[in-house]
Design a protein around this ligand. Structure first.
Ligand SMILES: [Zn+2]
Length: 190
């Protein structure tokens, strides 16, 4: 099977009825979603996203890593420029899922093997418990001073068996998190 040819054929069908040539650069829902790269949890499908609505960043586990923090900080500067300073913030939604492959990366022996043989440190994105790891990731954003106070953050856990996305953290701005004496567990992305 030539997958690329198959996808080009699917694109031809898409392009035949495509009628949105003038979409703005900024996503309509002013939202960046961070999700796992797992093919079963494609946000366009499981959250019903339409074209142009949400910026989606995907990585192993859907974890907040140093590179995710840098992308969000860059996006906040770009959004500020594109709106000529009218919009300071946007929504960040973190989404992890059950049965995640990144749970295997929590195995200390596998972590040591990857570090020794390939020089890769996966400890930032290994998943031990999705609900508490999501709160650790909220904490990583709270302590990332490059991301402005006006950005909101919330978190979902998607169940690959039922198809249900459950709220783990409700919407709150980073400014609110930062002024709250009870801040989430902090485990800074290195
Ligand atoms: Zn996953």
């Amino acid at each position: 099977m030539n997958v690329q040819n198959d996808l080009i054929a699917r694109n031809s069908k898409f392009a035949a009825t495509f009628d949105k040539p003038d979409m703005p650069v900024l996503p309509r829902l002013r939202t960046v979603l961070l999700a796992c790269a797992d093919a079963r949890v494609d946000p366009a499908h499981v959250l019903g996203l339409d074209l142009g609505e949400v910026i989606v960043i995907r990585n192993t586990g859907g974890r907040v890593t140093r590179s995710v923090i840098e992308e969000l900080a860059t996006l906040s500067v770009l959004a500020n420029i594109l709106t000529e300073g009218r919009e300071q913030g946007f929504n960040v939604i973190l989404m992890q899922h059950t049965q995640c492959g990144a749970q295997r990366l929590a195995n200390p022996e596998l972590q040591a093997h990857l570090k020794d043989s390939l020089g890769i440190d996966v400890s930032d994105y290994a998943i031990t418990d999705q609900a508490s790891d999501l709160m650790i990731d909220v904490g990583r954003l709270v302590t990332a001073s490059e991301i402005p106070d006006a950005v909101t953050v919330s978190a979902l856990l998607y169940d690959v068996v039922t198809g249900v996305a459950e709220e783990i953290a409700s919407v709150k701005s980073l400014g609110e998190w930062r002024s709250d004496p009870v801040t989430p567990e902090v485990d800074k992305a290195s």
